[in-house]
Design a protein around this ligand. Structure first.
Ligand code: ARG
Length: 455
């Protein structure tokens, strides 16, 4: 492609070192879409005749079809996806093909391809995210009556519905989808027409070309346009954070599936056995996902580090953006799919959650609130209940087993109705402020998400 200036062939080692077609071939459909749109721009600019443009379009569509069928041979010697497609086109249709690269550089071409690629994968990731939210809702609905301890510091805190806990992840995933959709807005601007770095003396109607490709507009600075990979960094951040969310859910699932908690049962299809210990049923899907979040973060770090020292404008370093990008997209997509399945096969184990949730200590805060409702300032109430907790531990008797006069030894504000607030059902019903886990609230949230996800 650059033989004019060179007297020597590229060394075989350099070719192997610099080729990108082994991974960027997957941009082929976007590369071809970009080239067809560009050919229409060239027609409009009078560089191509209608007949030439037609030949280019037909030729490119044939090549795309062959790649899809697996009948196209990508050659490492042709370096990248762009040159593989262009040289095959020219081999087939002759001089019209040789005109395609007018007013274009691989620098604006790759920037365009990657944006198109991100745009379409963003749509897929959002779809997978919605499916996983639906699986969480469905699992929460199946176990909607199950109450379990909610934890802080991994110490039992206050009672919550299992559904409320799962709904927390539905919220997180919603922010993930919104963040990824936001990233799409900024990346949907077309760099094509920026040339190598300074546009071209041949004027193409860039807005017309952008319309062909579904872009919302065109970039306004050719130097920025060929070197900007902010959208890759943004997308990899959004994916990393989503990976972190999946990793946190993984950790919960791993704990819950242990004999120590026993709060959930995972289906056989989504667990693995041990080659040595016959009794084992391991939550590998969750462990792998927790592990894979590490590489998502690593990929984000790669991109940020790649960009930080680059002088304007395009530098070949930028070729290194693709493997981390592709890896993160593949990893998060598969993780979301497999999690959707695993959650669909996960059942809450009420026998275990009920026992854990009936730990009377979970209602210590409710007792403090009781005193507040009887006129005791909260700080004072907190101290009273703290002493009562110590007494209960020392006496090895739960709050429910204590007599009213024992309560009254700690505060005269206790009355006969104190037993009512020791009832789990009453305690759950009382948590009815916005965002808290009363049965009515949880039901309303499940219904709200059902409607939103169906829409
Ligand atoms: N393979 C290159 C990349 O991924 C395409 C652009 C190459 N441009 C160049 N001037 N060598 O960034």
């Amino acid at each position: 492609m650059w033989k004019g200036r060179f007297a020597q062939e590229t060394s075989a080692l350099v070719q192997r070192y610099g080729e990108s077609v082994s991974f960027d071939w997957r941009l082929f459909a976007h590369d071809i879409a970009g080239s067809i749109a560009h050919s229409k721009g060239l027609l409009k600019a009078g560089i191509l005749t209608a007949e030439e443009q037609q030949k280019i379009e037909t030729g490119l569509l044939e090549i795309r079809h062959e790649i899809e069928k697996g009948n196209f041979e990508f050659k490492e010697s042709l370096e990248d996806v762009h040159m593989n497609i262009e040289s095959e086109l020219t081999r087939r249709i002759g001089s019209a093909g040789a005109k395609l690269h007018t007013a274009r550089s691989r620098n604006d071409q790759i920037a365009t391809d990657v944006r198109l690629y991100c745009r379409s994968t963003i749509d897929t990731i959002i779809k997978h995210t919605r499916a996983m939210q639906a699986a969480l809702i469905e699992c929460a609905e199946r176990g909607s009556d199950a109450v379990m301890p909610g934890y802080t510091h991994l110490q039992r805190g206050q009672p919550v519905f299992f559904a409320h806990h799962l709904l927390a992840y539905v919220e997180m995933l919603d922010r993930d989808a919104a963040r990824i959709a936001d990233c799409r807005k900024r990346l949907n601007v077309m760099p094509l027409g920026s040339g190598a770095l300074a546009g071209s003396t041949i004027i193409i109607d860039r807005e017309f070309v952008a319309q062909q490709l579904g872009f919302d507009g065109v970039t306004q600075n050719s130097m920025d346009a060929v070197s900007d990979r902010d959208f890759v960094a943004e997308l990899l951040f959004a994916i990393s954070l989503q990976g972190v969310h999946l990793s946190r859910l993984s950790e919960d699932v791993i704990l819950w599936a242990s004999a120590e908690f026993g709060f959930v049962t995972l289906s056989d299809a989504h667990t693995t056995g041990s080659s040595l210990m016959p009794q084992k049923k391991n939550p590998d899907v969750a462990e792998l996902t927790r592990g894979k979040s590490a590489r998502l973060i690593g990929n984000l770090m790669s991109i940020l580090t790649l960009l930080k020292g680059l002088p304007m404008t395009y530098n070949r370093d930028l070729q290194e953006d693709k493997e981390p990008l592709f890896d993160s997209i593949d990893t998060i997509s598969l993780a979301l799919e497999v999690f959707t399945e695993m959650i669909s096969g996960m059942d809450v184990n009420r026998a275990k959650t009920t026992v854990a949730a009936s730990d009377p200590m979970l209602l210590a805060t409710d007792l403090a609130d009781y005193l507040v409702n009887h006129g005791v300032p909260f700080r004072q109430a907190h101290e009273v209940i703290g002493k009562l907790v110590a007494y209960s531990i020392e006496q090895k008797r739960s709050f429910g087993e204590m007599k009213l006069e024992e309560f009254q030894r700690f505060s005269p504000a206790f009355e006969a109705d104190v037993t009512a607030c020791l009832n789990l059902e009453t305690a759950m019903a009382a948590r009815k402020g916005i965002g808290a886990p009363s049965p009515q609230n949880v039901k309303a949230q499940l219904a709200r998400w059902r409607t939103a996800l169906n829409a």
